[in-house]
Design a protein. Structure first.
Length: 238
């Protein structure tokens, strides 16, 4: 019987050192077809939590199920776009070549179709190192989507995107969600934009502070608990 949840996290804990817990007692469910945002201050454990969910880190306690299985057994169903992608910008590799290397079973026609859907027409044969930050992020999302993931994880997807381009980028993510019915989990600092595009928000600061719809969790009280004295800086626009 198919579970109603794409992701189930139960009593998760993790520490990089014995002196301090990075995550403690974190539990939540993410339903199929959600756009879920992980929010919280710097150092709150958001990226660590995401890496545990995709199987890059092993929890010290608790467990994670992706589509009813442990992360390492679900990797073929997971797409992942990291916050940073380091490479030699002088290396002569094109957008098409890196996508084809990652997915050799995909034809040029199929790759070109994905690039078209991500508004990257005409970029297939240019060098990867000449792309802007926003264009590179679109290529990385294209690489992840070429595996037809059931769940797409994005670690701060607008990192490196030109200021003012965040709204358009989240609109692209919403389009992918509608087009492919993919469950999307993203780490984000952009609370104003998250409020418009996410249907589930997880507020994390070493523990799960709250979770729910943006309009229910983005309150002055919650943001003060989450961000402390910096709450006013993070409060989303009405």
């Amino acid at each position: 019987m198919k579970t109603l949840n794409a992701i189930e996290v139960h009593n998760l804990s993790f520490s990089y050192t014995s002196a301090e817990k990075t995550l403690e007692g974190v539990s939540f469910d993410i339903p199929h077809g959600s756009i879920c945002a992980l929010v919280g201050p710097n150092g709150s454990g958001k990226t660590t939590l995401l890496k545990i969910m995709i199987g890059l880190l092993a929890p010290a306690g608790g467990n994670v199920l992706i589509l009813g299985k442990p992360p390492k057994e679900s990797r073929t169903l997971i797409g992942y776009v990291p916050q940073r992608f380091s490479f030699d910008k002088t290396f002569p590799i094109t957008v098409f070549e890196i996508l084809h290397m990652s997915h050799p079973g995909r034809s040029r026609t199929e790759i070109m179709e994905y690039l078209h859907r991500l508004n990257m027409d005409g970029r297939a044969d240019i060098h990867l190192g000449t792309l802007s930050g926003g264009q590179l992020q679109r290529v990385l999302i294209c690489r992840a989507m070429l595996s037809d993931p059931a769940v797409l994880f994005l670690d701060e997807p607008v990192s490196g995107v030109d200021v003012g381009g965040e709204q358009t980028f989240y609109e692209l993510i919403a389009y992918l969600h509608r087009e492919y019915n993919t469950t999307i989990v993203m780490v984000s600092h952009e609370l104003d934009v998250v409020a418009n595009f996410a249907d589930l928000v997880l507020c994390v600061n070493k523990k799960l502070v709250c979770d729910g719809k943006p309009e229910h969790v983005f309150t002055a009280e919650t943001l003060t608990e989450l961000y402390g004295k910096e709450a006013a800086h993070y409060h989303h626009k009405e």
